[in-house]
Structures are given as C-alpha cells and as structure tokens.
Design a protein around this ligand. Structure first.
Ligand SMILES: Cc1cc2nc3c(=O)[nH]c(=O)nc-3n(C[C@H](O)[C@H](O)[C@H](O)COP(=O)(O)OP(=O)(O)OC[C@H]3O[C@@H](n4cnc5c(N)ncnc54)[C@H](O)[C@@H]3O)c2cc1C
Length: 492
C-alpha cells in the first residue's frame, strides 16, 4: 500500500521550540563511579514540575573525587590506560592497520593480536563474548543504577541464509532479557544490514527515491509507512530510473519484513523495545521504510515497541522527524526515536562530492548541534503531551544539560519511562553518572559477541576516541586527576 501524502514540513518547523529556550533550573548531580560494580544511591526523586526552584548545573560532572569515589584504584588505572591509549594517534594508526592487515590471517599472530585487543579495548568497550556474559555486565550496570541497550554486534549479511542466522542471534538476545532484572534492559538494538542484504536495501532506497520525485511511479510491494523523505532530502544517489524489483527481489524483501516482524513480536512478548540503528544515506530510506512499517503494526496504546533512529547531522533531519510524527499521529501510532548526531560523516561527504553534489550533512558543527537540540526539544514536548518516546543518545554535555533543563521546564518527570539518555559502554561515564544521579534514566549501548565479530565496532571506537581533543577527553582528564589525587594522598 502506498504511504500517505503529508503537507510540507517547512511550516511545521517553525512550531519547534528550541531546547536552549529552557529556563535555568537546578539538578544536583551527585557523582558516582565509573566502575559500575558498586551500588549507587537511589536516584533523586525531587519533583520536577517547578522549574524555577532548581538550578541546572553540570559542574559536579567535573568532581573527579566524588565521581570515582568507590572505584578501585586498579580499575580506575585500567580505564585511564585504555582511554589514554586510544588517544595516542600513532598507536591507534598502527593498531588499526594491524587489525585490517594480513597478519590477522596468520593463526599464531592473530591469536596474540586478539589476546591484546581482548585485554584492552575489547574489555573496555564491549559487554562480553555472549549473551550470558553481556547479561552479567547488564547486572553490574543495573546495580549502579544504569540500564543496558543490548547490541548483538552483527552488522552485515550477504544472503538470506546469513540473514536468518543473524535473526536467530537477535531473537536469542531478546529472549535473554527475560532472565534479567525487570527494566535493567532498556531496549535491544538491531542493524537492518544484518537481516537484509545491502544490495536489496540499496535497490529499495533507489526505488523509493524515484517515487518521491515521481509519485506516479508505482511500487506494488510497498506497505503502509510514514514519509521517508522531505522536500530537502538528497536524491543524488539515484541518477536514473531504477528497474522494478524482480520477483526474486520482491520475495527477498518479503522475507526481510517477516524477519523484522518476528523480531518485533519477540520484543513485544519480552516487553523490551527494539531500536533500529541508523546507517548511511544510500540505504537509510529502506531502513526507515522497514522500521516504520513494523512500528505501524507493533506500536500500540501509547507503548512504542519499534524505535527508529534520527541522525541530526543530516540537513533534512528535522523536517523528516516532523513529517513522520505527523503521519504517526494521523494513524494513531505512538513512535519512539533514538536521536543521534550520526556516525558516517566522512563517507557521506566523500560520496556526495564524488557525484558533484553538496554533502547531506550540515555545513558546520554548530548547525548539527542546534538540529540535535531542536529535535530533542521537539520529542520532549511530545512526551510531555503524552505521546511518543525518545532516547537522547549523545556524549555531548551541552545537549545533556539543555535536555535536562527542557525536561524540567515542561514537567517531564525525571524517571520517566518515555525519556532515556544513552551513551556508549566505556565512554562518557561522567555524563552517564551525572545524568543518572540527577534522577534521569540512563542506558549504556552495550555491544557483545565474539571478538572477531565486534572488530568493525572497535575500529569505529578507536577512530572516534583518537586524538587529544576526542570524545573521551573529559573522562581522560577526570581519571588522570583522580589518580594523581590518590597518589599524592598515599605519599603524604
Ligand atoms: C547510544 C548511542 C547510539 C548510537 N547509535 C547510532 C546510530 O544508530 N547511528 C549512527 O549513525 N550513530 C549512532 N551513534 C553515534 C553518534 O551518531 C555519534 O557519532 C556520537 O555519539 C558523537 O555524537 P555526540 O552526540 O556524542 O556529540 P559530540 O560528542 O558533540 O560529537 C560531535 C561530532 O559530530 C561530528 N559532526 C557532526 N556534524 C558535523 C558537522 N556539520 N561538522 C563537523 N563535525 C560534525 C564531529 O565528528 C564531532 O566530533 C550512537 C551513539 C550513542 C551514544
């Protein structure tokens, strides 16, 4: 069935109140440990409706002494070493070269390399080799007042057989949440590229892009969905009219729908949301299409099961969010979104420039920040009005501070089932614990799986954390400061 036609989003954009319009409020952030192993105090239960009675401050996120009070020195030292190691660019360059090199094909050398990776960045950024180990890591987090987003680290599948195998892995992950403490897992994550061959995602995205330009272009296989594109969405990926799907491709697409529906059903039974990761623009239209068509079936009665992901670094992100939520409202479907900045910046830029087009990513970082904060603000207001759910996935302190202030201002309770903050496991610990100790729900994105399976993820983390000004610089500074303080105390 064709999707519904929604009026232009541009008018609606004006209705978003920016996040930085929140009044100044206080949340006292009592800092807690990085180690996740020891029980933290219960979150503050202060009422959140009187915004003026409190003052928002992230200054206590800098209080290393309190933050790491109950972390053993050995654990702190290990975290500090790992974070400092991934900040040394030449070391990361060599590490990444080795991980991608032929050395990995020589059994003995490979074992040594994998051993080194396991005891360093794997232990730091991953939750374990299987669901049982990941479950233990979730319990540790839960003891410290955080929740887990379980990510079975499967990213790609070449054919239907691999897709079915991967699906079983995701189904088992959903099943494993049943044996964990209630609400210790905030959602399970799926990458659509693990249950649908990339070629098919490209074909479906091309066909949908063409239909967006020419609404008379018929797509007989298309199910109910929300709008995938806005007026400003980039269409340069599809230069000529694509051939219709072959009968075999149509059958394969139906299999993908069935896989996602089966996984959504499993998550509904386990009462744990399913969050679909966002990837790159050449295949994202098909990912959104599959996500929305599943959400339309499974998101009911104010209870979103299937969440999409919005990448705020894209110029059309805000417009698409408005169009999708408006369509969801019309259909009476509660929607959940994970809002991220986006992780495919350099490849998006390269592809666009190779085609002689402008990058789909905001021209400057400030525009990305303001788009992120606007989208967060919009979703918070929807939560306040009783619909939808949002995961604010970010390591950006300013975005965290603005979202806390906005939540206060509009009376979104702190421990509110529909609002979750999230950071990657092993990163932005001070932000996670600061938010948690301010009373908000906070999750860590926890990839797990055999070490070779998570190598692509580890490479991305190594890339993200490299350099002195990288994402982990705040945590590095704090761990160093606390270790120095302890050393001085021991000497004196
Ligand atoms: C829980 C969680 C889930 C995630 N899931 C996904 C996912 O499904 N899909 C996905 O793509 N990513 C995902 N990410 C990664 C995310 O998109 C970011 O790469 C990462 O979190 C850094 O963004 P930040 O919000 O933490 O902001 P910051 O720490 O402020 O990082 C900003 C970074 O954004 C980049 N940037 C963005 N726009 C611009 C611009 N216009 N000019 C220059 N630089 C720019 C720069 O590299 C900069 O370093 C996830 C992250 C988390 C924490």
């Amino acid at each position: 069935m064709a999707n519904r036609v929604i009026p232009a989003a541009s008018k609606l954009l004006k209705t978003i109140r920016p996040l930085n319009s929140a009044s100044s409020t206080t949340i006292s952030a009592i800092s807690q440990p990085i180690g996740h192993a020891e029980k933290a105090p219960h979150p503050t239960t202060t009422t959140t409706t009187n915004a003026d009675s409190v003052t928002l401050s992230l200054s206590s996120f800098d209080d290393a002494d309190k933050l790491f009070a109950s972390v053993s020195t050995s654990r702190l030292l290990r975290a500090a070493l790992n974070l400092h190691m991934v900040a040394v660019e030449p070391m990361v360059d060599v590490g990444m070269w080795v991980m991608r090199s032929r050395l990995m094909q020589t059994p003995l050398i490979k074992d040594v390399i994998l051993g080194l990776i396991r005891s360093t960045i794997y232990d730091h950024f991953c939750a374990g080799e299987d669901a049982v180990a990941a479950g233990k890591s979730v319990m540790e987090l839960n003891e410290a007042g955080l929740r887990g987003m379980l990510v079975y680290a499967l990213e790609y599948a070449g054919d239907n057989e691999a897709c079915d195998r991967n699906l079983q892995g995701f189904l088992d992950t959903a099943e494993s949440t049943k044996s964990l403490p209630p609400s210790s897992v905030s959602c399970i994550i799926v990458k659509i590229t693990a249950i649908c061959p990339t070629n098919l995602l490209k074909r479906v995205s091309d066909l949908m892009r063409w239909q967006h330009q020419d609404p008379s272009f018929h797509l007989p296989w298309k199910r109910d969905t929300f709008p995938i594109f806005s007026e400003s969405s980039p269409l340069y990926h599809t230069l000529e009219k694509p051939e219709p799907l072959t009968p075999e491709e149509e059958r394969d697409l139906e299999l993908v729908h069935q896989r996602l529906l089966k996984l959504s059903q499993k998550c509904a039974e386990a009462n744990v949301p399913l969050s679909v990761d966002a990837e790159y623009t050449s295949i994202q239209p098909a990912i959104d299409y599959l996500t929305y068509s599943s959400a339309i079936i499974y998101n009911k009665d104010d209870h979103p099961i299937v969440y999409g992901t919005l990448q705020a670094y894209l110029k059309d992100a805000k417009e698409r969010l408005l169009l999708a939520t408006k369509a969801a409202d019309k259909m009476g479907v509660p929607m959940g979104f994970k809002v991220v900045r986006g992780a495919y910046m350099s490849s998006e830029g390269k592809l666009a420039s190779s085609l002689g087009c402008k990058s789909p990513i905001h021209d400057c970082i400030e525009d990305t920040h303001s788009c992120y904060n606007d989208c967060a603000s919009f979703m918070l207001e929807r939560i306040a009005n009783g619909s939808d759910a949002v995961v604010l996935a970010t390591h950006n302190m300013e975005s965290g501070r603005l979202a806390m202030a906005k939540a206060h201002e509009i009376g979104v309770g702190k421990v509110h089932q529909k609002l979750e903050f999230a950071q990657l496991y092993g990163m932005a610990e001070s932000l996670s614990f600061g938010l948690k100790n301010s009373g908000f729900q906070v999750s860590k994105y926890m990839p797990f799986g055999p070490i070779q399976l998570v190598l692509p993820y580890l490479l991305r983390r190594a890339e993200e954390n490299r350099g002195l000004l990288s994402a982990s610089s705040h945590d590095r500074k704090l761990t160093r400061k606390e270790l120095m303080r302890r050393l001085k105390a021991a000497i004196i």
